[in-house]
Ligand binder design. Structure first.
Ligand code: 5GP
Ligand code: MN
Length: 336
């Protein structure tokens, strides 16, 4: 393991740097990656953000977005950059299978690997780790990594601040989760002082829906929502045909699960969607209920207590049934 003094020394000279983040990046994945990118380029590093897959349109406005390389669309260039890198920053994930086939390339690269993350149970593939499960977002950790570890608060410019604000805003569910502490609000205040425009960022992310997406949401709520009152649980299950009918694209399904969780008394909400190759589950919970426990134990996944995800190879109906059969085991926690 490298120490911070050695890493700081390394970063004092221009390096070839790759920043990567998890499959289907969300607001924190892109916000933390581009926040770090906008910090590094100020010091003359040759930095590139490479995402394993595409990401939602409502995240494509952040400073530095035009320079992002999507692995699946640029295989050769990505492989070359990863193999040639001096340092690879791994942000908002802690197991190489979260970056799909890119995981093999990153694992084989001789680059120094730096993990900055807030997920449980990190895998051992890194040379330097800045990890804290209590952080509400990886963007929060990137902020303290730059300001406290590297002591470069003066390099939190408007671009860095904008991206980090977006990461914290989205991963804290608009500052609503229990891990949105006073320390987080102090960082948010610093980011606004550094130039982040809070209302602009909110509008870009949350007031940027297409008409299609809203109509799809309508169907999810009126026809696909099931309530299981005996378990204080709500499920929205969506077929592949639904996705095709409404031309659903990457990002359109994001956040729909929160509508199910917004019902009074509902403690656990699941959005279960039939993708091309597998069924994907997105779970959200209120308070102490451990949504990640269900994902980890039954759906090859994980995440945080209040926001977790997983997959199933069993088909949509079978997955929904399996999910329902798991609930009695958690009944005590769900009805208290
Ligand atoms: P989402 O429901 O938005 O896809 O994911 C919610 C949270 O669960 C995120 O923090 C994400 O990192 C995590 N997560 C989602 N899918 C998976 C998965 O398949 N495996 C693991 N380990 N974590 C996941
Ligand atoms: Mn995150």
């Amino acid at each position: 393991m490298l120490d911070i003094a050695s890493l700081s020394e390394l970063l004092a000279q221009p390096q070839k740097i790759v920043i990567t983040t998890h499959h289907k990046p969300d607001g924190d994945a892109m916000g933390s990656s581009l926040g770090l990118y906008n910090y590094l380029i100020q010091q003359g590093h040759h930095a590139k953000v490479i995402t394993p897959t595409d990401y939602p349109q409502f995240l494509n406005w952040m400073p530095g977005n035009d320079e992002v390389i999507i692995y699946t669309e640029n295989l050769d260039e990505s492989a070359r950059l990863i193999a040639d890198a001096d340092i690879i920053f791994c942000l908002d994930f802690n197991a190489l299978n979260r970056i799909n086939e890119m995981g093999v390339l990153v694992g084989e690269s001789n680059a120094i690997k730096v993990m900055i993350d807030h997920h449980l149970e990190p895998q051992d593939f890194d040379d330097y780790r800045y990890w804290n499960i209590n952080a509400c977002a990886t963007a929060q950790l990137v902020y303290t990594f730059i300001t406290q570890e590297l002591k470069h608060k003066e390099l939190i410019n408007k671009d860095v601040a904008t991206c980090l604000y977006a990461g914290i805003l989205t991963d804290s569910a608009s500052f609503s989760l229990p891990n949105t502490t006073s320390a987080v609000h102090r960082i948010i205040a610093d980011l606004i002082d550094a130039g982040a425009v809070n209302w602009y960022i909110y509008d870009e992310i949350y007031k940027n829906s297409t008409e299609n997406r809203l109509r799809f949401l309508g169907i999810c709520l009126s026809e696909r929502l099931q309530i299981l009152p005996e378990f204080n649980t709500a499920i929205i299950a969506v077929t592949h045909a639904d996705l095709e009918k409404y031309d659903v694209i990457t990002g359109d399904t994001e956040g729909i699960v929160n509508y199910a969780l917004s019902i009074a008394g509902i403690k656990l909400a699941a959005f279960i969607v039939e993708r091309n190759d597998r069924v994907k589950l997105s779970l959200r919970s209120k308070g102490e209920f451990p949504a990640n426990d269900i994902c980890k134990r039954y759906f090859s996944g994980g995440g945080h207590r209040n926001a977790a995800g997983g997959v199933s190879n069993e088909g949509l109906e079978a997955t929904v049934n399996q999910f329902k059969l798991i609930l009695p085991e958690y009944k005590k926690l769900l009805i208290q």
